[in-house]
Design a binder for this molecule. Structure first.
Ligand code: PLP
Length: 357
C-alpha cells in the first residue's frame, strides 16, 4: 500500500539515546533540557529570532487569536485545513472568507479590502502547501486598516521568501510538527513572532499564564510540548537534509512524468525557496478526479483530497458560495510524497493518472 505520506522515523536507537536523558533526569515535561535544545536548534536552522514549541499546530492558532485580543470578524481563506477556520470559531470570532488565487491557491489579496467591515480585526491566511501568500500586499492592507495578521504556516518548515524564513512574516506565524508534516515530533507545533512583547504574551499563554511557579500573568492554556516530543524532534533534525533531498527528487520525478496537458499544479510564488512539502494536482473537474482516485485505490495507492471540503461549506459556517476555492477543492488531489518513495512507485502512480485523465 502506498499512502499519501509516510512518517519519517529515524533509527530507534537514536531516539532512545536522546530519551535516556529524560529518563536519567526523571523530567519528562514542563520545559526541560530537551525542549530547550530543540528550540535552540530550530532557531538556528530556521534563522528566526525566537520560537515557542507547542504540543500541536492547532493550539498556536487559537493562542495567536487570543494573544492579539481579536474580536469580531477575521478575514481568512476557505482553502486550508479545517483547523484554520475552527480556531477562529473556537475563539468566538467570525470567519469571513475571501476567495483564493486560482494558481497560487493562497488567499487572493486583491479581494481582501472589499471584505473589510467595521468589525474586522485581523487577517488569518494560510501559506498553502508551503507556497507563501502575498505577504507584502497583505501587510500594506493590514497597516492601512489597522488589522493584525496571523499566518497558518503549518506547511512551511524550511520555506524562505526573499531569503528570510517565512515564519518571520505577519504578527504571528504558526507551524505544525504533526507526524504527517515534513519535520515532526509526532504531535507538535510552534509559534513565531518578531515582537518581544507578543512573544512574552504567547509564552505565558501557552503555559497557563505562569510567570514563574507562583505568579500568574493573565489567562493561559496548556500547549506545552513534552520532553518526549522534543526527543523525537531532536532525533529527526539531523535528517533534514536527507528529507529535503529525497522529497525534491520525488517532486522532480513527478514534474518530469505527469502529462501537464490535462493536469495542472500550483504556481510557486517568486523569490521562494520551497520545501517540497506536498504534490497537489488539479484535474479538469471532480468527475475526472473521482475516476483517477478510484483507479489509484484499486492499485493500492491512497492519495488524499487535500484540502477538501472548501471550509466555507462546513456545517457550522454560514457563508456564501466561494467559487474558486470550491472549484479547486472539488478537483485537487495530493499525490504520495515521502522519503523512501521509489521511482518505480512514482512511475506507476503517474502512469495510472496519465491514462485516466
Ligand atoms: C496540519 C495543519 C494544521 C494543524 O496542525 P496539527 O499539528 O495537526 O494540530 C493546521 N493548519 C494546516 C494548514 C495544517 O495543514
Amino acid at each position: 500500500m502506498i499512502r499519501v505520506t509516510k512518517t519519517f522515523l529515524p533509527p530507534q536507537e537514536e531516539y532512545q539515546a536522546i530519551l535516556k536523558k529524560a529518563w536519567d533526569s526523571g523530567w519528562i515535561t514542563n520545559r526541560g533540557v530537551l525542549i530547550k535544545e530543540l528550540e535552540e536548534k530550530l532557531k538556528n536552522y530556521l534563522q528566526v529570532p525566537n520560537i515557542i514549541a507547542t504540543t500541536n499546530g492547532t493550539l498556536p492558532l487559537q493562542i495567536a487569536i487570543k494573544a492579539l485580543g481579536l474580536k469580531g470578524e477575521i478575514i481568512t481563506t476557505p482553502f486550508s485545513y479545517v483547523a484554520t477556520t475552527s480556531s477562529i470559531v473556537w475563539e468566538g470570532c467570525s470567519p469571513v472568507f475571501v476567495d483564493i488565487h486560482p494558481e497560487y491557491l493562497t488567499i487572493d489579496e486583491t479581494k481582501i479590502e472589499a471584505a473589510i467591515t467595521s468589525k474586522t480585526t485581523a487577517i488569518l491566511a494560510t501559506h498553502v502547501f508551503g507556497n507563501p501568500c502575498d505577504v507584502e500586499t497583505i501587510q500594506t492592507i493590514a497597516k492601512k486598516h489597522n488589522l493584525k495578521v496571523i499566518y497558518d504556516a503549518a506547511h512551511c518548515f524550511g520555506v524562505t521568501y526573499k531569503n528570510q524564513s517565512i515564519f518571520k512574516f505577519g504578527d504571528i506565524s504558526t507551524c505544525s510538527f504533526h507526524a504527517t508534516k515534513l519535520f515532526h515530533t509526532g504531535e507538535g507545533g510552534a509559534m513565531f513572532t518578531n515582537s518581544e512583547e507578543i512573544h512574552d504574551i504567547l509564552f505565558y499563554q501557552h503555559n497557563f499564564g505562569h510567570q514563574g511557579p507562583e505568579s500568574i500573568q493573565g489567562i493561559g492554556i496548556n500547549a506545552k510540548m513534552s520532553e518526549l516530543q522534543a526527543a523525537l524532534g531532536l532525533s529527526v533534525l539531523p535528517y533534514l537534509d536527507i528529507i529535503m533531498n529525497e522529497r525534491r527528487s520525488v517532486v522532480n520525478q513527478y514534474n518530469e512524468t505527469i502529462d501537464f496537458s490535462k493536469i495542472t499544479t500550483f504556481k510557486l510564488r517568486g523569490n521562494t525557496n520551497w520545501n517540497y512539502s506536498y504534490y497537489p494536482i488539479l484535474f479538469k473537474d471532480e468527475t475526472v478526479l473521482l475516476k483517477v482516485q478510484a483507479k489509484l485505490i484499486e492499485n493500492n495507492i491512497i492519495p488524499r483530497r487535500y484540502f477538501y471540503p472548501s471550509l466555507n461549506t462546513l456545517d457550522y459556517i454560514n457563508s456564501k458560495t466561494i467559487n474558486i476555492s470550491e472549484s479547486i477543492a472539488s478537483r485537487v488531489l495530493c499525490l504520495p510524497l515521502y522519503v523512501g518513495l521509489k521511482k518505480e512507485e512514482t512511475d506507476k502512480i503517474v502512469e495510472i493518472i496519465n491514462i485516466n485523465v
